[in-house]
Design a protein around this ligand. Structure first.
Ligand SMILES: Cc1cc2nc3c(=O)[nH]c(=O)nc-3n(C[C@H](O)[C@H](O)[C@H](O)COP(=O)(O)OP(=O)(O)OC[C@H]3O[C@@H](n4cnc5c(N)ncnc54)[C@H](O)[C@@H]3O)c2cc1C
Length: 393
């Protein structure tokens, strides 16, 4: 049996960041990073953006750290390897190749996977879920040979993917069960403007429509809507949300309905076992309540905190404002704070038409979120400071 001080399960940005923090505070320990994907951690967020639009974006350009970094920092990095079982009591992980690793401390960084809608035809060729670089290559390749693409969903991933594909001159449709895009995050006025912006850019919008199924013998031919429409499409991208990869800890206290519950130090109720990133259900010390985020900066920052805490040399609370950004056409939107509830009041400055604005979202008198469009890094930092100040933190 292989013995290690630390085991990190999942080699996304979260897992990579845990390794960086462990090596910053503990250079001599033994550390294994296991990741199911064949590549070292990469900038997943690029997959729906430049990667889709430009063929010249190759895997090397996407790497978070050079592959040599892991070797240079004496990290036993095992890519294309799955942890198939985890014995929490004995602190043993079994790998897909049959090897076992006994560890002292571990971090769960398995991230999330696309939700598969329960309809016919979800497994047809040309029905793509965009999560990994492999999916990205498949989509980019297939998009070259198709004319009509249907994107199912109206959230961040759906909008980004539709915008990127549209910029390659494909005929792109979006099917969304709500009347506006990004309805989970935006106020009605901004949502209506964004939806109109997609239409203006030539995206065909099938709003208030739900997916009934995909038709085709081996590959997709048509997409069926619940209202009875059949839309011809040779390629579909399904972006209906992401669920945490909790299979390894299913039916244990490390798995909850909304993620893996952790303390403010990102430790699960099993001492020495941490959970981070898309997987973690953590207490939000700034905005209150428990939260699971599926965004890049959160996974990065949580990985750095958990890794430092795992070494025992630091004891840091996770205290970051919820934050994410998105890019579609010539827009970049930054979301700072909590957008889970519709605001009771919106303070809009600037103009939607000019694509440069900020919108402050209030719940009663309380500022809860700031949305910025095409802002500078300085604007973003200032907005973060303003929200912290408003929260008294
Ligand atoms: C196309 C796309 C675009 C995005 N764009 C943005 C954006 O613009 N802004 C933003 O803030 N966020 C964006 N995100 C979200 C962001 O990428 C994620 O929040 C982030 O990658 C989560 O990091 P993670 O390390 O927690 O999990 P992941 O990145 O999901 O990594 C987890 C890794 O663990 C592996 N794994 C799972 N189970 C096992 C196992 N049993 N054994 C071994 N390995 C395992 C998985 O294969 C995966 O490689 C985007 C996501 C996607 C898919």
């Amino acid at each position: 049996m292989i013995q290690r001080d630390y085991l990190v399960i999942g080699a996304g940005i979260g897992g990579a960041s845990v390794c960086e923090a462990i090596r910053k505070h503990d250079k001599r320990s033994t550390l294994t990073l296991v990741g199911a994907e064949s590549l070292p951690p990469y900038k997943r967020w690029l997959l729906s953006k430049t990667f889709l639009r430009e063929k010249k974006v190759v895997p090397k350009k996407l790497a978070h750290l050079d592959e040599n970094w892991y070797r240079a920092h004496k990290i036993d990095a095992r890519f294309a390897t799955v942890v198939t079982q985890l014995n929490i009591d004995r602190r043993v992980a079994v790998l897909g190749n049959g090897e076992s690793i006994e560890f002292k401390k571990a971090c769960l960084a398995m991230g999330s996977r696309p939700v598969r809608p329960p309809v016919a035809g979800v497994g047809l060729g040309n029905v793509i879920y965009l999560r990994t670089m492999r999916d990205g290559f498949a989509l980019r390749e297939m998009a070259e040979h198709e004319k009509n693409v249907m994107v199912v969903g109206g959230g961040l991933l759906a909008c980004e993917t539709a915008a990127s594909l549209r910029r390659t001159k494909l005929k792109v449709s979006i099917m969304h069960r709500h009347s506006m895009l990004l309805n989970r995050y935006l106020d009605p006025e901004t949502g209506a403007w964004l939806t109109g912006y997609f239409a203006k850019n030539g995206v065909i919008l099938l709003m208030d429509e739900s997916l009934n199924g995909f038709e085709g013998k081996t590959v997709l031919r048509n997409v069926q809507t619940k209202s009875g429409n059949r839309v011809a499409a040779g390629l579909a991208v399904v972006a209906c949300g992401a669920e945490p990869n909790l299979d390894l800890v299913r039916n244990t206290p490390l798995s909850g309905p909304l993620g893996s519950p952790v303390t403010e130090y990102l430790e699960t109720e099993e001492k020495g076992i941490y959970a981070i990133g898309d997987l973690a259900f953590y207490p939000d010390r700034l905005m209150g309540g428990m939260r699971r985020q599926t965004h890049w900066e959160n996974s990065r920052a949580q990985g750095l905190v958990a890794g430092a805490n795992m070494t025992g040399k630091k004891r840091i609370r996770y205290e970051q404002l919820p934050y994410f950004w998105t890019e579609m056409f010539d827009l970049r939107l930054d979301f700072i704070g909590d957008f889970t509830l519709q605001p009771t009041r919106v303070d809009l400055r600037g103009s939607h038409a000019k694509k440069k604005f900020s919108a402050r979202y209030y719940q009663g008198e309380k500022l809860r979120g700031i949305l910025l469009s095409n802002a500078t890094p300085k604007d973003i930092e200032a907005a973060k400071a303003q929200l912290r100040q408003a929260l008294g933190k």
